[in-house]
Design a protein around this ligand. Sequence first.
Ligand SMILES: [Zn+2]
Ligand SMILES: [Zn+2]
Length: 576
Amino acid sequence: MSYTNTSDGSPGTQKWGRVLIAGGTDWPKLGRKEKGGRVEDSEHPDLLEPHILRSLSNVKAVSVHTSCAGCHTIVLDIEGTAWLFGRNQPAALGVPGVEAISENAPRQLRATDLGAPPGTIFVNAACGRSHSVLVGSNGRVWTAGLNTLGQCGHTPCSEVSTFKLVNGPLNPVTGEQEHVRAAAAGITFTLFLTGHGKIYACGSGEKGQLGNGRTGEHIATGNRTGFDIESEPIPVKGLDEKKIVHIACGQQHSIALDDEGLVYVWGYNGYCRLGLGNQKDVLTPQVVPQFAGPHTQYLGAKVSAGPSNSVVIDRQGMYYVAGKWKNTGDGSAGQPYSTFRLLQEIMGCKIRHACSGGVTHFALAPDEEEGGVMTVAWGQNAANGELGLGPEEPKSATKPQRNQPLVGINVFDIVAGQNTAFFLVTPNEKYSDLQRHPAELDTPEECLICHQDNGDPLACDKCDKPYHHTCLSPPLAAIPDGEWFCPECVRNPGAPIGIDALNLAGHYAPPAVSSSRKKVGARARDQDEVEDEDGDEDEDGDGDDDGDFDDDDDDDDVGRKRKAPVKRGAVSKRKK
Ligand SMILES: [Zn+2]
Ligand SMILES: [Zn+2]
């Protein structure tokens, strides 16, 4: 839901990493109560620690985009190609009539596939609860998904079923097309950040989300109360002389940072999530006095937003949060943080990145003990393992703590969804030892070239298929250090993996859940959940251990020689 202004967007020059995933993968069901309790589906497990996402393990990812109130994800790679997966209701990923797209068979999409001029690539993206935004290097924007309130920037309709070019934003003075460089999205609205640092908004104005100074409250037909809907992007007001560099959206509120370090908030203010000391909705961006100087060390350096909270990192690397960020005690619905406050536990850390998901919070700081980066994670009632603390650890953590499985891993970005978290990491030796998802693949025993089951074949880091390094063309002189991908995987980066590879129909996965298991009315209810703020609606306490990662398969570790025995050791160590 957020955007950081860190690169020039040209392909090949950006910092790239590999994608790790932790938490829930049962996209249609995540965050929804099920009759008789949740039943773990072995094909769509909860990943209790960060796993290498095999399908994209040979893609050079530059950014990941998801929603603290949603269950779908867009990964952008160094070529400007988008990879989409997750819940697709209604058509949030731009594919009509499909309930979900598997993370093991992400949909590949290029800007030119949408009719963009040759050479156009995707440079940014955003996800709301049920819609998506793609930003092209040509400054144009495409959207898909739920559009009942114009949040896709198109005339209101139940859904925009395939990605469609947005008309605008148009400069209100000149009438010219503005060049969009980034987007952010809440449930019922979308923000667009232009190359000049101006913000435009579309969608519902009910809570002041559009930042245009009005909600447009009126009596509508049937004596219902109606509010403004702007289905073409309009300017957010009150920032005329300002250059905005970073925007982020919660469910129904927004936070922005300008190039001088001032922080602005607007929109729905329940639980004091705007950090202004009250709960009154804010209809135009308001400066947060705490970060307005004059002492430069207290100016904002980064901003982010969770469903019902806002986060600011100041120039000293101090982490502040406002609103409701947990379920009991100080910081909960009963006692929200009415202004931005520090968290005791991480006051000693120099925070460089932060993000919040459904009930989760993450931060990155230099690791004083081990060197490198420390990943800090917390979140009360996290139920799907999305904190990634490990299979032996509680899933929920009320206080910030170091994520142990990520010690030694060079994490440079974290993006948190409603029930899932993604980590962008620079590959190193430690990275290669991480668990992979899916855990096990059905692979042959013998070298795919000579078909001899002898020697010490090399296993592909993505598909596990074995090859003698001497059989390759050209042959390798030695077993390579670090990642190695087989010729087939090199030819098709991002190709589906596991059972999803067998179901290959274009790049779309079949519906992940059969219609008999599909819950009637789930979609309609979901759309009405705007008032249900927290994304934690179906927390069922911490006692739910039945969903644990089940790694007791008895099979095929033997006979397949990996070049990374450490990883195999780690797997068997966890077997009970
Ligand atoms: Zn061979
Ligand atoms: Zn391979």
